[in-house]
Design a binder for this molecule. Structure first.
Ligand code: NAD
Length: 267
């Protein structure tokens, strides 16, 4: 049995290959950087692959297009011959109640947020199995998929019907995939971020009448008094993707400043 004292301290992804969808911005970008800092070769799969930082490998990919996803993973296979970590992170938002979003909007958001994750995972799994096989001498080695879910999956947020439905599906998908693939040595978990200070949230704030006041109000609603940073989510993703989480699969980890678990009275 592996002792945690035997595991590497830092650099735990050295010699491994990771792919991050939506890795050109926000949570995905912070995760791609953190995986690289800890030793991984990191492939950024994004509509906007040109925005991948120097030193990372950019692959243009639209997770709503099966051929585009398959082409990107085929290119990773050709380049590295394996994959050890998939971070399924590409996602888009939607606001409103069920009366506000039409069928086209439902189809578009579910296609990116849910089917997009299934497409990327299906294309990645043969490569993840190669990663597991390549480390056959290491009994504790597993490949990992980490899905970016959201507290919206279970929190009952107002004005987020479609988005919450999409993230609820990601939670179910995570648990089902964990059951399907653990015998192959592939762990599957998700992170549930709260409100994270990314370009996405920046765009929402900029659309408000008074962005500074809106940001102050958003900060005040957090138990911690501030938004979550993308780097804090990235650290949680690296934990779930890495060797310290070798016994963890089918679970979700909140990184939400206490939003979900705490019931604070207004100050
Ligand atoms: P972001 O908008 O900053 O980055 C999203 C990235 O995904 C962009 O680089 C974009 O080009 C890419 N992308 C979008 N559609 C794509 C597609 N079809 N194919 C490939 N790439 C695509 O967003 P973010 O805030 O970093 O959010 C990332 C993930 O985190 C999403 O899944 C989101 O639902 C989730 N999340 C965000 C927050 C938050 O508060 N920011 C909270 C909870 C969950």
């Amino acid at each position: 049995m592996t002792q945690t004292s035997d595991l590497p301290r830092g650099g735990e992804f050295r010699g491994l290959v990771a792919a991050v969808t939506g890795g050109a911005s926000g949570i995905g970008l912070a995760t791609a950087r953190e995986l690289a800092a800890r030793g991984a070769e990191v492939c950024v799969l994004d509509l906007n692959a040109d925005a991948a930082p120097a030193g990372l490998h950019g692959f243009t990919c639209d997770v709503t297009d099966r051929a585009s996803v398959q082409t990107a993973f085929a290119a990773i296979d050709q380049r590295f011959g394996r994959l050890d970590v998939l971070v399924n992170n590409a996602g888009i938002g939607a606001q409103g109640t069920v009366e506000d979003n039409d069928d086209a909007e439902w189809a578009r958001v579910l296609d990116v947020n849910v089917t997009g994750m299934a497409r990327a995972a299906a294309a990645a799994l043969p490569l993840l199995r190669k990663g597991v096989a390549a480390r056959a001498g290491d009994a504790s080695a597993t490949a990992a998929i980490v899905n970016t879910c959201s507290i919206a999956a279970t929190a009952g947020l107002p004005q987020r019907a479609l988005y919450s439905a999409s993230k609820g599906a990601v939670l179910g998908l995570t648990r089902a995939m964990a059951a399907d693939h653990i015998r192959e040595g592939v762990r599957v978990n998700c992170v549930n971020p709260g409100t994270v200070d990314t370009p996405w949230v920046g765009r929402l704030l900029d659309a408000a009448a008074d962005p500074a006041a809106e940001r102050a109000a958003l900060n005040a609603r957090q138990p911690t008094g501030r938004l979550v940073s993308a780097e804090e989510v990235a650290a949680a993703v690296c934990y779930l993707a890495g060797p310290y989480a070798g016994a963890t699969t089918g679970t979700d980890l909140a990184v939400d400043g206490g939003m979900q678990g705490l019931r604070l009275r207004p100050a």
